[in-house]
Design a protein around this ligand. Sequence first.
Ligand SMILES: Cc1cc2nc3c(=O)[nH]c(=O)nc-3n(C[C@H](O)[C@H](O)[C@H](O)COP(=O)(O)OP(=O)(O)OC[C@H]3O[C@@H](n4cnc5c(N)ncnc54)[C@H](O)[C@@H]3O)c2cc1C
Length: 237
Amino acid sequence: MKVLIVYAHEEPHSFNAALKNTAIKTLEAAGHSVIVSDLYRMKFKAVADGEDFLERRDKHYLKRQLEEKAAAELGTLSHDILTEQKKLRDCDLLILQFPLWWFSMPAILKGWVDRVMAMGFAYGGGQWYDTGGMKGRKAMVSVTTGGPDFMYSPLGRNGDMDKILFPIQHGILYFCGFEVLPPFVAYSPAHASPEQRDAMLKNYGKRLATLETLQPIAFHPTHHFDERMQLKPEFQS
Ligand SMILES: Cc1cc2nc3c(=O)[nH]c(=O)nc-3n(C[C@H](O)[C@H](O)[C@H](O)COP(=O)(O)OP(=O)(O)OC[C@H]3O[C@@H](n4cnc5c(N)ncnc54)[C@H](O)[C@@H]3O)c2cc1C
């Protein structure tokens, strides 16, 4: 498998870096090839703006999705976006590695999503969810938290982690056509003992060893919805 890790942490000695390094080591030892987009080291431009287009179809009014669609056809997206899109096109598995920030992803990673997962490339023209542009590829979230696991249980103070990750796993990854593997969550590494942190890294290694047989999250495919995009009664449970 060709694996792309998009990694968003500013500190090379962080626990996120340790998870990223564990993934590289484990996956390469298993015969997979791994490339990493280290967003902070790349100083990846996080702000989506008019400079993302080498030419503009409308110079007077910036309507991003229409510019993306035209630029995707003409190959006039900026070089850094095209480079990341090629990495995505070439991969079998995308891993997003990041710390949970404000119940979401750091801005630099959100900027990568905003700019790289462009209309006409990752979705659009009737291609979304199970027909999205990234169809045929898998994706997985690997995330760390500040809060402990019990705060992210369904009745916990911070709410159910599955619901917190829904906008990323469903709204971004599944929307763009990826089959989404269950997330790996390392809870509160900063408050864990060295032994607990070692165990988290070992568990991540074990998880990565099961990638090829792991069942994706069972999000509803398009045919489960009626013509008004409502879930058909037989699939409601
Ligand atoms: C803007 C912002 C918003 C945030 N929002 C949230 C939120 O909504 N919810 C939430 O729960 N948290 C939140 N946090 C906290 C954040 O999620 C955690 O601080 C982060 O996930 C911890 O991961 P880290 O990689 O930064 O850990 P680090 O603090 O870098 O590392 C933890 C420990 O692991 C050690 N370590 C590093 N490498 C190894 C190794 N190889 N082996 C063993 N140990 C190692 C480090 O030395 C350190 O002691 C937020 C933080 C910020 C800055």
